[in-house]
Design a protein around this ligand. Structure first.
Ligand SMILES: Nc1nc2c(c(=O)[nH]1)N[C@H]1C(S)=C(S)[C@@H](COP(=O)(O)OP(=O)(O)OC[C@H]3O[C@@H](n4cnc5c(N)ncnc54)[C@H](O)[C@@H]3O)O[C@H]1N2
Ligand code: MOO
Length: 414
């Protein structure tokens, strides 16, 4: 096993003289991710839910394409109402109706084209007899345009109906289908190579020798990444050998063509910091610290081959918090994936902040008071079971004094 020299304040590989703030580091992650130009792909509408639209969608047809009835009823000329009118032939949805003979009223079904000569629809229940089975229909007064859905009242030909970057929800997908589209061009999911490990880490499902632990971080990162819309193209459990890691990294990049490499562990101040040592010769990868806890040690940059790399700290809660708060927003900005949303909430109890670092506490929502959060007691970054119970991450800003109950803080829903 190779050894990494202990970190010093003058480490030439440390570009960050003092700890970066969380916001500044998130921006740096975004910049690194942008080194890879996001791709687009065309997918069927059924595979496009929550994807980010790559180009403006422009309507090739109007919606509705023709004036049509909003009600099951009788189409008539408003000038003939009120009145007793002979019933004309029934107009069903899907038909092309003949023009309405003057002085008549045509039974018409919801969605059927309003015939030329008619400009109003009287719902069947508003007619004197309340049914279609009549030779003559007695209509109340009905204003022009009443219960007529004009052609183009939703969308005109040439309208930009959705702008690039729109996250496609069910109504947007329905709209594209209504415009006759079968597929849509969206931003591709970023392909992420996930590397984690250390000599102590064993794959779940294997026997657990003394002194070893199971790999929590691959499953955790897979969940965060796929949860926000990225694709994990490969995972790699690495041992504490920088040479082996460097070799496997290049082989994995060649085999899987990732848009991003995410590593976890092996970056802080120990003797066997595999990731940090293996990347020491990379001119555009830096290691340093961010003024947050957990998640202080961080690495970041662009590999010589042009692939961005984000190196997260190995403690599981540190990996998780860093992935949610740093990777999630940066992926959303660069690739249009679904990032976490921050909101304001109020502390339910007094919380003591750290002096100079943003502390990311795990919390729960207060039942019946969604704008209030309870902070869980643990702060240490190995407390995965407590993290698993959390419903929110609570960003506690640094400061000298305890924050009393009721203080407004940023929270991220999990
Ligand atoms: N002298 C110092 N020591 C440490 C510092 C420091 O500033 N000075 N920072 C501490 C903090 S904070 C963190 S966070 C960790 C980060 O260390 P690394 O990123 O180098 O991570 P490792 O040392 O490899 O592992 C840390 C911890 O996490 C466990 N681990 C690693 N991978 C996995 C995995 N896949 N599944 C489950 N658990 C994993 C590992 O066994 C360690 O317990 O450094 C502190 N030390
Ligand atoms: O910054 Mo470390 O992530 O607290 O455990």
């Amino acid at each position: 096993m190779q050894q990494t020299p202990p970190e010093s304040a003058h480490d030439p590989n440390d570009a960050w003289d003092s700890p970066r703030g969380l916001t500044a580091h998130r921006e740096a992650v975004r910049t690194a991710l942008a080194a890879r130009t996001p791709r687009t792909e065309t997918v069927p509408l059924t595979a496009a839910l929550h994807r980010s639209l790559a180009r403006d969608a422009v309507a090739g047809i109007a919606l509705p394409p023709f004036d049509n009835s909003q009600m099951d009823g009788f189409a008539a000329a408003s000038a003939d109402t009120p009145g007793r009118l002979p019933a004309a032939a029934t107009i069903a949805a899907g038909l092309v109706p003949a023009p309405l003979a003057p002085g008549t009223a045509a039974p018409i079904m919801t969605g059927a084209p309003v015939p030329a000569g008619a400009d109003t629809v009287v719902p069947v229940e508003d007619t004197r007899d309340g049914c279609f089975d009549v030779a003559e229909v007695v209509l109340p007064a009905s204003a022009p345009g009443r219960f007529v859905r004009p052609a183009g009242s939703d969308v005109a030909v040439g309208d930009t109906v959705l702008t690039a970057g729109t996250r496609l929800g069910p109504a947007a997908l329905g709209l594209l289908a209504a415009l006759g589209r079968t597929d849509v061009t969206v931003r591709a999911r970023p392909r992420v190579l996930v590397c984690t490990g250390g000599d102590e880490v064993v794959l779940p499902g294997q026997p657990l020798p003394e002194g070893r632990i199971y790999d929590a971080n691959t499953a955790l990162l897979h969940a965060v990444l796929t949860g926000c819309g990225a694709e994990v193209c490969a995972t790699r459990l690495v041992a504490d050998s920088p040479d082996v890691f460097a070799g496997s990294l290049h082989a994995d990049i060649a085999a899987h063509d990732p848009d991003l490499v995410v590593t976890s562990g092996g970056i802080s101040a120990g003797r066997f910091e595999v990731v940090r040592s293996a990347l020491a010769a990379e001119p555009a990868v830096r290691f340093g610290s961010v003024a947050m806890q957990p998640g202080g040690p961080q690495g970041l940059g662009v590999l010589r081959g042009g692939i961005p790399i984000v190196c997260l700290p190995g403690n599981p809660v540190s990996t998780w918090v860093s992935a949610v708060l740093l990777l999630g927003p940066a992926l959303a900005e660069v690739w249009g994936t679904t990032g976490p949303t921050a909101r304001q909430a109020r502390l339910e109890t007094t919380v003591t902040p750290l002096a100079a670092k943003t502390q990311i506490r795990r919390g729960t929502r207060v039942p019946a008071a969604p704008d209030r959060v309870d902070v869980l007691p643990g702060t240490s970054s190995h407390l995965l079971a407590e993290a698993a119970r959390a419903e929110v991450l609570v960003l506690v800003p640094p400061g000298p004094e305890p924050l009393p109950a009721g203080t407004a803080v940023q929270v991220v829903d999990l």
